[in-house]
Design a protein around this ligand. Structure first.
Ligand code: ADP
Ligand code: MG
Length: 347
């Protein structure tokens, strides 16, 4: 399947700083791809380059087999929604939704029909004549979404559309966005710095760092097989171990890697009885001391000091937590596959 939207070697500098280093990305029709990464890594710049709001210094942007780099933003057939609801304050909800269509010369009847259809979709029919200031943040973002869909763009770009909203509204709206995106089979690039949001909403996640995509894959792939320390740290609460630390814990490792990662739920904390049983069964255990305890709802996250290595360990919350300072034992009778061998950054 050939790509619907393809970025080839996109470069951008601001002054002497490389903000985008030769970014390649292929997106299929109807796919929702997330650009995830820390603040300042170039996510917004990349979106703005695709929309034509920022000129690129090199590369190609190919939409349906056509390079659109030389097209003005309004001719690119790309819709964009920003973090802060950029609605026109002096236009009603329905006028906001119709604005782009009006600019393109759509008839009044066509505009009204489309606007009503979208109002129903975002469940704001009763607000059609309200002004943006009378809407909540979440409602304004839904209008912004409807407004960008009204002109039937080929690609929808969403730049942290949920970041300014409360946690609960954010969760509801991300589900709505995903439903609408699926319904329209809308090719979408979604930007966020929130790994949980990225994992939940995406077909595919591209993790960016310092102007490059450092790893991309399905949410599952990024979460379970980070290739570098940066990815492991960003995607979850992996324990990242140096080679000496891994050797201290596991005695031997089958790899020449210098860095290893292991998930916090890969360890087992043993009580006295469990410790005896594990020893009897010939499993390797290390003794530890509870450094901290955090209750995260249905799991408890411990920091346990063992063999000179502080491990993050998650266990199911069965209502019986250890306390700070408790002695405990950690079972390392692990399947080797749980110890991931990391590549050097940039490798
Ligand atoms: P993100 O959206 O991932 O937080 P941005 O794309 O906004 O990151 O910014 C990437 C880098 O480019 C940052 O270091 C930022 O300061 C810089 N930058 C962005 N826009 C401009 C600009 N118009 N002029 C100069 N530097 C900019
Ligand atoms: Mg940004």
């Amino acid at each position: 399947m050939s790509a619907y939207l393809e970025l080839q070697g996109i470069r951008k500098q601001f002054g002497n700083t490389n903000v985008l280093n030769h970014v390649d990305l292929q997106i299929h029709e109807g796919e929702l791809v997330t650009l995830l990464g820390p603040s300042g890594c170039g996510k917004s710049t990349l979106l703005r380059c695709i929309a034509g709001l920022t000129d690129i210094d090199g590369g190609k942007i190919i939409l349906e087999q056509k390079d659109i780099v030389n097209l003005a933003p309004r001719n690119r057939e790309i819709g964009m929604v920003f973090q802060s609801y950029a609605l026109f304050p002096n236009l009603t909800v329905s006028e906001n939704i119709q604005y782009g269509m009006k600019m393109r010369g759509a008839s009044k009847g066509e505009r009204r029909n489309r606007s009503e259809e979208l109002l129903a979709l975002i469940d704001l029919e009763d607000k059609r004549d309200a002004y943006p200031r009378h809407l909540s943040g979440g409602q304004q973002q839904r209008v912004a979404l409807a407004r960008s869909l009204a002109v039937q763009p080929k690609v929808l770009l969403l730049d942290e559309p949920l970041s300014a909203l409360d946690a609960k509204i954010r969760k509801n709206l991300r589900t709505e966005i995903r439903d609408i995106q699926r319904k329209f089979n809308m090719t979408t690039i979604f930007v966020t710095h929130d790994q949980e949001e990225a994992l939940i909403i995406s077909d595919r996640v591209c993790l960016m760092n310092k102007g490059s995509i450092v790893q991309q894959g399905t949410p599952e792939e990024l979460y379970t097989t980070p290739r570098t320390e940066f990815v492991a740290r960003f995607m979850g609460s992996y324990n990242v171990l140096t080679r000496p630390e891994a050797l201290r814990l596991f005695q031997r490792v089958d790899s020449t890697a210098e860095r290893f990662a292991i998930r916090p739920e890969s360890f087992i904390l043993l009580d006295e009885e469990g410790r005896k049983e594990a020893l009897y069964a010939g499993k390797r255990i290390v003794d530890g001391n509870v450094h901290s305890v955090s209750i995260l709802g249905n799991i408890i996250r411990y920091a346990i000091d063992t063999a000179g290595v502080r491990l993050t360990i998650d266990v199911l919350n069965d209502g019986r937590s250890h306390r700070i300072g408790d002695q405990t034992a950690v079972s390392l009778a692990l399947d080797d596959s749980q110890l991931l061998h990391l590549e050097k950054e940039g490798a």
